[in-house]
Design a protein around this ligand. Sequence first.
Ligand code: SF4
Length: 62
Amino acid sequence: MAHRITEECTYCGACEPECPVSAITAGEMIYIIDEASCIDCIGWHNEASCVEVCPVDSIIIV
Ligand code: SF4
């Protein structure tokens, strides 16, 4: 599995510094998760740290 940022993203940037594996980068319109790098925060946090901080709940599991 991995996490994905949807079109609901408001480009606030809150998630980017929270990712323990630096899988989140700024795209042109929304932030993007490198799904090959995302480890669902396993071994780091009980909940995905990006999901925890997203103010508009725009991060889903894929
Ligand atoms: Fe990074 Fe964790 Fe979000 Fe995956 S779930 S993108 S590892 S913060």
